[in-house]
Design a protein around this ligand. Structure first.
Ligand SMILES: [Zn+2]
Length: 338
């Protein structure tokens, strides 16, 4: 058993542990984190840039992975937790969280220690906090934090069409930078939160083709890019059916109730209406109500209710089939998954 003590004046070194032959780096650049360094803490967690002096009992209370580790002192390599046996810092056990991002660990520990740091009801929570908490609460089995993050994401990426409509123009999914949406997709794929996948792919499809291609390969892997592009194509075809339903129903009204031949012809072949659908992936803009507001001249007062009904039925069926656009199981199956 080798007792290695971190010395802060050393150059970065990589050492081979005699016991298991693994390489563990102990760069001297790692420094105690300003905020997450509690003098009476009894364990030190290390990432590539920081050291965190925290409490075993606090971590154990939230995480079965840490609890098991502290109780058994056994290193669980399957979870990528590498506590090199015997490694310590200032006499305290040092657990190296290999593979975890510095800032993700900061978010996780702050969520544990600071009551006001993270609220699932707050839509201004930065995306990096959401993705960091989701990834690490899954990795370390922290059910309370994971549940909160999923609750928040489910609100921002709802599986119900009514809920999406209610988000309106303030929908967070429309206000995000595209790279943030890719980051959420990656975190959700990594952690197996499948219930909101169709809505997240839908949100990704809202970005133009060039934005999607520009994000490959740095922010989107090939499989994700392909899933989004193919799904986007299917979605556009389905949304075109919604518009066709509106055009057909409103044309029937025009033919039967339109006043004057020239008026009917002018309204009937409105090129703007046909341009409207081109590359429009926004299903919230295609409700019967919104289409009637956009092109009020096509439908008489008496026919409004019927036209809205047939359009909304079609729109609802498109949403129901949204998972199929991205080759996912249907909504019900998705939901039973968590
Ligand atoms: Zn009519």
């Amino acid at each position: 058993m080798s007792h290695k003590r971190m010395r802060t004046d050393e150059e970065p070194t990589a050492t081979i542990d005699e016991n298991d032959g693994q390489t563990s780096s102990t760069p001297s650049s790692r420094k105690p984190h300003d905020r997450l360094w509690f003098p009476e803490g009894n364990v030190v967690l290390g990432t590539s840039s920081y050291l965190f002096r925290v409490h075993k009992s606090m971590l154990s209370m939230h995480s079965s992975v840490f609890k098991d580790m502290f109780e058994s002192h056994v290193v669980d390599e399957s979870k990528s937790l590498h506590s090199v046996d015997g490694e310590s810092f200032d006499g305290l056990p040092l657990v190296n969280l290999l593979g975890d991002e510095d800032e993700d660990v900061v978010c996780l520990l702050r969520a544990i220690y600071e009551r006001s740091f993270y609220s699932p009801d707050d839509d201004s929570v930065p995306v990096v906090v959401i993705t960091g908490l989701l990834v690490l609460s899954t990795k370390y089995d922290m059910p309370d934090i994971r549940k909160d993050v999923i609750k928040q994401l489910s609100r921002q990426y709802p599986s119900k069409l009514d809920a999406l409509d209610n988000l309106g123009g303030n929908a967070p999914i429309k206000h995000r930078f595209r790279h943030e949406t890719w980051a959420i997709l990656r975190a959700v794929l990594k952690t197996g939160v499948t219930s909101m996948l169709p809505t997240i792919y839908y949100a990704c499809s809202g970005y133009g083709m060039s934005a999607l291609f520009d994000s490959y390969p740095d922010f989107l892997d090939f499989q994700s890019l392909r899933t989004i592009l193919e799904g986007r194509e299917r979605l556009l075809n389905k949304l075109l059916q919604v518009l066709s339903t509106y055009v057909n129903a409103s044309s029937d009204c025009l033919i039967q109730h339109g006043q004057g031949r020239s008026y009917v012809e002018a309204v009937m072949y409105d090129p703007e209406l046909h341009e409207f659908i081109e590359d429009n992936t926004d299903i919230t803009s295609l409700s019967g109500k919104k289409l009637l507001e956009e092109w009020p001249a096509r439908v008489c007062k008496e026919c409004k209710g019927d036209v809205m009904r047939v359009v909304d039925e079609e729109r609802r069926s498109v949403w129901e089939s949204l998972p199929y656009c991205y080759e996912l199981p249907d909504w019900t199956t998705e939901h039973s998954n968590e």
